[in-house]
Design a protein around this ligand. Sequence first.
Ligand code: HEM
Length: 368
Amino acid sequence: MADPLASGAPRVAAPSRSAERGLALAGVALAALVVALGAYTRLVDAGLGCPDWPGCYGFITVPASAQELAAAEARFPDAPVEPDKAWPEMVHRYFASGLGLLTFAVLALAWRRTAAGAAPSGARGPGRGLPMALVVLVIVQGAFGAWTVTLKLWPQVVTAHLLGGFATLGLLWVHALQLGAVKQPRSRPGLAVAVRWVIAVVVAQVALGGWTSSNYAALACPDFPLCHGHLAPPMDFAKGFDIFQDIGPNYLGGALSSEARIAIQVTHRIGAFITLFAAAWLAWRVGGALGGALAGIVAAQFGLGLANVWLQLPLAVATLHNAGAATLLLALLTVHFAATTAGAGQPSPAPASERPRVDRSASSSRPA
Ligand code: HEM
């Protein structure tokens, strides 16, 4: 029998580019859902709906039978079972676990492709590095999910968990872009550095937003653009941005003074203006449909922030404000892809097996 290795044949068959791309896009959709479910869980005050992790009162679903409820009460006498709080928390965990498994599948496909030599793992080619980072990130996210519960919504951990969710979503999107998820965005060479700056501004604004929500500073100012009728109301920045807040107390509902919460809310507003101007300027430089989309997304996100304040944080608006920030990040990553990809955003070459065959005899006989 012929030795496949001796004949130069690849050891493993490369997965098709479309299968890899489909999986990456499914990951993007799932990550977006997990981030939104996380926001929903926090907004309905269900972050401590299950006092333990990974189970819920020691069960893999919310305890329901009389026997299960008795066992739950014996284990956690200070935390009575509230199914309307426990279910959102568990649904978020189920989807997050599914996302974890999916990222392992993303890595497995990338591994098979690169092992088969189907695509180079060069700077622009979708190599193994990004999927490996993704797997590490979801494991770290699992830990942050656990600490969110065990450290009783310590704002530092809640904010880091939000940023980790956005990073997971962003990495999956970049992976999908490298696999050709978006058809040839017009190349924007020369904008790469500017896009990175705007991404940094948005990440800082997302962190401020997470800090706002995890410290329950959303309604610290009931009006906009003023706060309690003042341009500069009494504020306590030292307490508002004390990142060494004690671990131990239950942070559900927030533990800061009104002045500290106002300092956080006002800083998020200033960040919102900076974000709006930075993204609008970039949108103008980018132009075309991509620039238009970027401008529309940042304007909508700003409007949702205002609606949060003026309508006193309705659940749907607050969840959409979270989703809007995620969409803004994905739009910026798409612009970055267009700015750094030579050849009008072409994905890296498809595996040889998927490339169309060229009839050389026909082309050589073409008249000059
Ligand atoms: C334009 C760029 C903006 C971005 C990227 C942004 C981003 C965010 C993010 C990521 C959160 C955390 C959401 C969560 O934890 O689920 C947040 C919270 C919040 N943002 Fe913004 N925001 C922006 C503008 C604004 C504006 C103009 C306002 C109006 C004052 C605003 C008001 C709020 C409020 C009240 C919260 C707390 C909501 C909650 O507790 O769920 N934001 N923001």
